[in-house]
Structures are given as structure tokens and as C-alpha cells.
Design a protein. Structure first.
Ligand code: PLP
Length: 300
């Protein structure tokens, strides 16, 4: 399925001061440019889920999210473009389709919004709960929150084909780990994958192993892949959804000096971690460093 042309996702070269950053070629893979509402990793994660829904002749996709979820918006927009219906199960029974701009836009794109209590939302991944949703909506494919499933990983794996073969270091923001797991599978075996969790105290390695286990099956192969992962655990600026004036100043500098828009929940923090890491390096040979822009610009 090619709803979007991923050639819009260019590799943008960032011009760094060669005195301060020796032997570095820094590129940003601009997946945020794929589509204004199905941007960044959202399209990558949804692509094969949409294909599966069509192959199985489903009416549409049923998925889950919070009131400000970019994932809900992406599902609503992608389903509309693919000619599928969409249902969004939203956390918070007190909400309505008019509660905020994100939900209004989801509804305008044709998404049916079902508001549930926080307690029942928290049980959404339990087997009995999943069965309940399937029974109530048998013609819909269930996709987990954030598009975080096998098909999401496969879609993110494809990004690897669009990266320079000589990539030495690849940086990405991390939430559920779906994007980073796909990148790990799809990138060259000499590429180090640097992951920057947006959550404080997140066990990135354990979470990636959990996601990858059903795909890789054996421990030895898993270890070979995981040996390429570098975690930057202290780049969360206080935790998920938190930020500081320093982060906002940094984002403003990136916009002005590099022409690079970033968001304050994921990509701003991850790009900050990359720049801090670069400052501490002294490369003796030319290194190609790539930052995957995973979108999220709706977050501001
Ligand atoms: C803009 C942005 N970047 C990165 C991530 C993290 O991706 P993942 O959940 O696949 O680890 C998300 C969450 O989906 C996101 O919205």
C-alpha cells in the first residue's frame, strides 16, 4: 500500500561548525514531512496494519489513545484516505468529541469516538477486554495504542532501506520501542542504534527485548542485535510530557540555525541528546550520524 510517497522524507544535512565537531556528517531523515497528520513514525507503523485490514476485508480499524493522541489522529486520517472506517477508544469517560482540537479533528475525519473510564482503558490490552472489543466490532481490525505491534515494527524496518549505507550512528526517540525495534532490524549491522527514551526510568533494553522476542525467537540472535543498541537514559528532561526552558531554547536554536522543527515531547529531547553526545566525541575518521525525525510536530 502506498498512500504516501516516502520520498518526501528527505535526508537533510545539518551544517555543523567543523572546529567544534570534527569528522562528523550529520543528516536528519525527515519522516515528519511524509504527511501533516500521518507524520513521522505514524505512517510507518500504520502501513501494514492498514494493508492487513484491507486484505482481511475489514470495514476499518479500531484503536486506542489518550485525548491528545497523535496516533488517534493519524489512524483517523490514514483510514479516511484508505477508504476505511475508524473507531477510536478514548481514555476518559467525561470527554466528548468537542473536548479539544485533536478529538474534534479525529471526529471531522470520520472517526467514531468511544469514551471509556480510565479503569476500563487501563485494561485494554487484557485478553478478555480485547475479545470484548472484537465481539462488539467484528468487522474492525484491532490495533494497539501507538500502532505498537508486529506490523508496526515491520513498517518501521523499511526506514532502514532509505538510510545511507554508511550510517555509523542512528539516533531515535523512544516511547513504546516499536520504531527503534524496526530500525534495529532494518539497519546495517555496523550501525549503532542510539535510543532516547521520553520516559523517566524506562528500561529500554528490557522493553526492546520484550517486543523483539516474538520476532527473533532465539537468544543468540537477540544478543547480536542488542549489542548495537546504545541507550541515552538521562535525556528525558524530567519525564514524559515535561520540559525545561533549556529544552525550548535548544529547539528554537535548531529551528533558526538548522531549519529543523522539533517537538518537545520526543524529537526535541532526542536531538538534544544527540548534540550533547556529539560534543563529547573526538572522531579520528569521518562518521555519518543520522537522526530519524519521527514527527510529533502537532505537539508543538
Ligand atoms: C513523535 C514521536 N516520536 C517518537 C515516538 C516513539 O515511538 P515508539 O513508540 O515507536 O517508540 C512517538 C510515539 O509514538 C512519537 O509520537
Amino acid at each position: 500500500m502506498e498512500l504516501f510517497d516516502t520520498s518526501l522524507s528527505i535526508l537533510q544535512e545539518i551544517k555543523l561548525d567543523p572546529q567544534q565537531f570534527r569528522n562528523v556528517r550529520l543528516l536528519v531523515k525527515r519522516d515528519d514531512l511524509i504527511h501533516p497528520e500521518v507524520s513521522g513514525n505514524k505512517w510507518r507503523k500504520l502501513k501494514y496494519n492498514l494493508e492487513l485490514a484491507m486484505y482481511q476485508k475489514k470495514d476499518g480499524i479500531l484503536t486506542f489513545g489518550g485525548a491528545y493522541s497523535n496516533h488517534l489522529l493519524a489512524v483517523a486520517a490514514a483510514c479516511q484516505l484508505a477508504g476505511l472506517q475508524s473507531i477510536g477508544v478514548v481514555r476518559g469517560e467525561e470527554l466528548t468529541a468537542d473536548s479539544n482540537e485533536n478529538l474534534k479533528r479525529c471526529a471531522a475525519l470520520g472517526m467514531e469516538l468511544l469514551f471509556v473510564s480510565r479503569e476500563s482503558y487501563d485494561e485494554r490490552n487484557e485478553k478478555s477486554c480485547q475479545e470484548g472489543w472484537k465481539e462488539a466490532h467484528p468487522h474492525f481490525l484491532l490495533v494497539p495504542e501507538g500502532g505498537s505491534n508486529y506490523y508496526g515494527i515491520v513498517g518501521c524496518q523499511e526506514i532502514g532501506k532509505e538510510l545511507p549505507a554508511e550510517t555509523d550512528h542512528l539516533f531515535v526517540a523512544q516511547g513504546t520501542t516499536t520504531t527503534s525495534c524496526g530500525l534495529l532490524l532494518g539497519s546495517d549491522e555496523k550501525t549503532k542504534l542510539h535510543v532516547v527514551p521520553a520516559l523517566k526510568g524506562f528500561d529500554a533494553i528490557a522493553e526492546m527485548r520484550k517486543q523483539l522476542y516474538p520476532v527473533l525467537l532465539d537468544e543468540e540472535t537477540m544478543n547480536e542485535y542488542m549489542d548495537r543498541v546504545v541507550v541515552h537514559p538521562e535525556a528525558h528532561f524530567g519525564g514524559y510530557g515535561k520540559w525545561t526552558p533549556e529544552l525550548l531554547d535548544f529547539m528554537e536554536m535548531c529551528r533558526k540555525e538548522y531549519g529543523l522543527p522539533l517537538d518537545k515531547i520526543y524529537t526535541g529531547k532526542a536531538f538534544h541528546a544527540l548534540m550533547e553526545w556529539l560534543k563529547a566525541q573526538d572522531f579520528q575518521t569521518l562518521q555519518t550520524v543520522v537522526f530519524l525525525h519521527t514527527g510529533g510536530l502537532q505537539n508543538g
